[in-house]
Design a protein around this ligand. Structure first.
Ligand SMILES: Cc1cc2nc3c(=O)[nH]c(=O)nc-3n(C[C@H](O)[C@H](O)[C@H](O)COP(=O)(O)OP(=O)(O)OC[C@H]3O[C@@H](n4cnc5c(N)ncnc54)[C@H](O)[C@@H]3O)c2cc1C
Ligand SMILES: NC(=O)c1ccc[n+]([C@@H]2O[C@H](COP(=O)([O-])OP(=O)(O)OC[C@H]3O[C@@H](n4cnc5c(N)ncnc54)[C@H](O)[C@@H]3O)[C@@H](O)[C@H]2O)c1
Length: 472
């Protein structure tokens, strides 16, 4: 067996979002590096994640709007749908090719293709078709992502089961699909496929969809989205083989579907790296202890970044963690960086979002919830999105904004404004001093803030939103 050895300053495992952001910092510091990836290049986000899912959602929304305009019902047209899917795959290829080129042009001949595993915390064995390369690095960054969870109880129906890793490669879409797991992936893909004309049955053990922690938002979201796909919630679903498909059964409900999409969460890929044998102390989930402000693994010259950490598995967090890990891997003493407010958006149209603290983490007696409903917002009514609902949580004494949750039309934009305001430690009163145009959905934020201010123990004598100017 061929074997060569490379010695370098920094070895990065994974050329996904986190790995590429780490690489940018290592290159800025002019350090030697090796970027290792087993392939395919192109990042999870661009190949099978953020981008293809948004292409499918956008196409689904266009078709739904057209059907509404023409007063038609949603029907399955295999030929048309497969052509649409092929077009979306081409658009997806643009994003994936761009990310792949970013990796090859940044790493050039320091890109090492192969499967990496640790022999010691600073020695890696990289294998590619029988060829072994040993990499000895002063620092290592682990950014090897996650994979879809496919539990063993799906084995009997595995031949009819896919994950999002396969969904965007399908040449022919089924006329019906079952979705197990209604987190962000299950809800986004269920709605996209349903709007494209596929019959969708979605099931989740939990009574909440899209991970919504606020029960009123959840109730509203279930009422809204069950108009588009069947939702089986709060009970286990059994699966068995049926004629050319899968039989789903939960309580007294059952449905036969052509294909099953497993959207049961994702697992960190750390387990493939031989960490324990190489001397990494691991917790019960197989993850080494690390500092989330430096991304350094406790006591070792090794850093983690992105989905492989098993927490904050979002693109913007992967890029921030990659930057922190890459920056710190080239320092003598790692720097602690502040982490951003948490922000999660399901692009379900109306979008479901959660910002900052979730309701379950807040103490009821210390928290005021400001509420706004689409029925009282002119723009939401114009858009036929009266069922929009926004809750903003604030500290009961100071009015400082702590978190928010909502299901609103164009919620992605409201979620960002709220995340920025919370990170800037705005209070309900200070944020009300910002201009709010009319008629806009942002007036839902204004209404919820006014609702908070009204509930505060001390009331200002001045009108809402006005700050006093000392004219003398
Ligand atoms: C369907 C779907 C939709 C999503 N939508 C959104 C969204 O709208 N917004 C959002 O913020 N996030 C979204 N996400 C999450 C987002 O895609 C991920 O958080 C992000 O892509 C993680 O990046 P990463 O760099 O950690 O991992 P990846 O991009 O997966 O990179 C890991 C890399 O490591 C390589 N690798 C793995 N093991 C080894 C090994 N042993 N040796 C060498 N190389 C290895 C892989 O080949 C891969 O290139 C979505 C995810 C999915 C699945
Ligand atoms: N718009 C976005 O930002 C976006 C979109 C898609 C994915 N993502 C990222 O990808 C990650 C993975 O997404 P996901 O939706 O697969 O994971 P998830 O963890 O969000 O959801 C998994 C769902 O599966 C359910 N579940 C678990 N066991 C079950 C069982 N036996 N039967 C039925 N349901 C069961 C859980 O209750 C949960 O609702 C997300 O956590 C998110 O970080 C983000």
């Amino acid at each position: 067996m061929d074997q060569k050895t490379i010695q370098t300053d920094v070895a990065i495992i994974g050329a996904g979002t986190a790995g590429l952001y780490a690489l940018r910092e290592v290159r800025r510091a002019n350090k030697q590096f090796v970027l290792i990836d087993k392939g395919p290049l192109g990042t999870t986000c661009a190949r099978v994640g953020c981008m293809p899912s948004k292409l499918a959602l956008h196409e689904g929304a266009l078709q739904k709007r057209q059907q509404n305009t023409e007063n038609k019902t949603n029907t399955f047209d295999a030929d048309k749908l497969n052509k649409t899917w092929a077009r979306l795959q081409e658009q997806r290829d643009f994003f994936a090719n761009r990310a792949s080129k970013a990796a090859t042009s940044a790493a050039k001949d320091q890109l090492l293709t192969g499967n990496a595993r640790f022999l010691t915390p600073t020695t890696l064995e990289v294998s590619n078709a029988g060829q072994i390369t040993l990499v000895q690095a002063k620092k290592v960054i682990i950014a090897n992502g996650s994979r879809p969870a496919i539990p063993a109880w799906l084995d009997p129906v595995l031949e009819h089961t896919i994950s999002t890793d396969e969904l965007f490669e399908l040449k022919e879409l089924p006329s019906s699909i079952g979705i197990l797991g209604l987190g962000a992936i299950g809800m986004e893909m269920g709605l996209a496929l349903s709007r494209l004309g596929i019959k969708v049955v979605g099931a989740d053990l939990s009574p909440a969809i899209a991970g919504i922690a606020d029960p009123h938002i959840n109730e509203q979201a279930i009422a809204r989205f069950s108009q588009e796909m069947e939702l089986w919630l709060g009970q286990p679903t059994a699966v068995s083989l049926a004629d050319k498909g899968v039989l789903l059964q939960s309580g007294n409900r059952q449905a036969k579907v052509d294909l099953l999409l497993a959207a049961l969460g994702r697992r960190p890929n750390l387990d493939a790296l031989n960490l324990q044998a190489a001397g990494f102390p691991l917790n019960e989930k197989g993850i080494p202890a690390f500092n989330p402000h430096t991304m350094q693994i406790t006591g070792l010259p090794v850093f983690l970044a992105g989905d492989c950490t098993g927490s904050k598995t979002l693109m913007h967090e992967a890029s921030a963690e990659g930057s922190i890990a890459g920056f710190n891997a080239v320092q003598d003493n790692p720097v602690c960086f502040k982490r951003m407010q948490s922000l999660g958006i399901a692009f379900s149209d109306p979008d479901v979002f959660s910002v900052g603290e979730t309701l379950g983490n807040l103490k009821e007696h210390n928290t005021i919830t400001g509420k706004a409903q689409g029925t009282n917002n002119g723009r939401a009514r114009v858009l036929h999105e009266e069922n929009s609902l926004l809750h903003i949580y604030a500290d009961a004494q100071s009015g400082t904004l702590l978190g928010a949750a909502g299901m609103t039309a164009r919620g992605e934009h409201l979620a960002h404004l709220l995340a920025w305001a919370i990170q800037r430690q705005e209070t309900a009163a200070s944020l009300l001093q910002m201009p709010f145009y009319h008629p806009v959905l942002e007036e839902m934020i204004q209404s919820a803030l006014q609702d908070i201010v009204r509930q505060m123990p001390v009331q200002s004598p001045y009108p809402f939103g006005l700050s006093v100017l000392n004219c003398n």
